[in-house]
Design a binder for this molecule. Structure first.
Ligand SMILES: Nc1ncnc2c1ncn2[C@@H]1O[C@H](COP(=O)(O)OP(=O)(O)O)[C@@H](O)[C@H]1O
Ligand SMILES: [Mg+2]
Length: 378
């Protein structure tokens, strides 16, 4: 059995006062009208399993209005044996977030997010279309989040690199304003290159498998056109040091660091056409979904375990053929938790094999289970 979440309790999380949801392996459908709490539920699962919200970097936003803390607790069935792990994430604004695994403090957020909690997640929120449609920073964030979920050392490198670039930028401005000499720059360059190279190595290793997986997902989701993901460097690993050095005077003038992984991008294309610029809304949405499926395959091949799929409102805007394809895909996944306003997006036979969770006004009512519904209530 692959890891899956059995139960989630949310205390003061967004609109939820104190609610518990039970999940089954395979497909779980969270159904409810608009603004009832579907997205909040998926966000809470991700919060419990990774220690962070996939929707906001401001944890305080997840605290229920007029309350002073939030807490989510999860019970996770592990992949290796019939073991179970209890995890909890607690946050009170102004205090350090508390992450616990079976009652003990997690080593770090990076460790918790990279498997420490017992299961990884791949999320899809409608707003994720930014990855294809939006700025390079949206694409870098997608890559960095994926790689961080695989290795805590990558997550740490991302944080340290960002800090090093920030400090280099401060120095650049001091040099520009005559408070520091240009000589000190070389020391910072070495530090920046050392950390930045770790990011470049991580990304360079992930792009070829992602490209492979993306091609396959796009064939299934979209059509026979040739899809591709290709990395574009602001400076290649071989030229990185040299490029940074060559940029010295321009960087001093502008007070920012112009080359390195924080300036890189990747292109998502279909038949050679950049979907960021020329893609239709529909193409961009399907490409985003295909990237998420590619991420799932990558996690599977790197860790030997399927991540849990958390997919918000994923069925809308799709035609019937694609909805049917997705339903099968989710049924065959270790665990997929999918939200919808419309249960009719799923065929009777599919609903019969899924667990249906009804959400109304921040309460989770009557979780019925179908054929697969063995969720270990307790
Ligand atoms: N921090 C919060 N405290 C209380 N309610 C919140 C908080 N954040 C969002 N909400 C409420 O959650 C509701 C939306 O829930 P959501 O999960 O996005 O709905 P949907 O079912 O459409 O996905 C809104 O009514 C919003 O006001
Ligand atoms: Mg929603």
């Amino acid at each position: 059995m692959t890891p899956h979440v059995r139960a989630l309790r949310m205390v003061n999380f967004r609109g939820y006062a104190d609610e518990t949801a039970l999940f089954a392996p395979g497909l779980n459908i969270a159904v409810g009208e608009n603004a009832q709490g579907k997205t909040n539920l998926l966000e809470a699962i991700s919060f419990a399993l990774t220690g962070s919200s996939p929707r906001t970097s401001t944890d305080a936003e997840t605290v229920r209005w007029d309350e002073d803390f939030t807490r989510v607790e999860g019970r996770i069935a592990l992949g290796s044996d019939d073991g179970e792990r209890s995890v909890a994430v607690g946050y009170a604004p102004g205090q350090k977030k508390r992450l616990t695994v079976d009652g003990a403090s997690a080593k770090s957020l990076a460790d918790y997010a990279a498997g420490g909690a017992g299961a990884r997640v791949v999320t899809f929120f409608p707003d994720d279309i930014r990855i294809v449609k939006g700025a390079p920073s949206d694409r870098r964030e997608f890559l960095d989040t994926l790689l961080s979920s695989l290795r805590p050392s990558y997550a740490r490198a991302v944080g340290e690199y960002a800090k090093a670039v920030q400090q280099r930028n401060q120095l650049l401005r001091r040099i520009r304003d005559g408070f520091s000499s240009g000589k000190t720059l070389e020391t910072w360059d070495r530090k920046v290159v050392e950390l930045g190279t770790r990011l470049l190595e991580g990304r360079a290793g992930a792009i070829p498998p992602l490209d492979e997986n993306f091609k396959r997902s796009m064939r299934a989701l979209y059509g026979p056109e040739k899809a591709a993901v290709g990395y574009s460097y602001s400076a290649t690993p071989e030229d990185y040091s040299e490029a940074l050095k060559n940029a010295h005077s321009a960087d001093v003038e502008r007070g920012t660091t112009s080359v390195g992984p924080h300036r890189d991008d990747f292109e998502v294309s279909l038949d050679g056409v950049d979907l960021n610029i020329y893609g239709s809304q529909g193409q961009q949405r399907l490409a985003t979904l295909a990237l998420k499926f590619a991420a799932r395959d990558h996690v599977r091949s790197e860790t030997g375990e399927d991540p849990i799929l958390l997919m918000d409102d994923v069925m809308s805007e799709l035609d019937e053929r694609r909805r049917d394809y997705l339903a099968e895909y989710f049924l065959e996944s270790a665990q997929a938790i999918v939200s919808t306003t419309n249960l009719e997006y799923f065929e009777e036979g599919v609903i019969g094999r899924a667990r249906v969770i009804r959400i109304y006004g921040g309460t989770i009512s009557d979780t019925t289970s179908g054929g697969a519904g063995e969720s270990g209530v307790g």
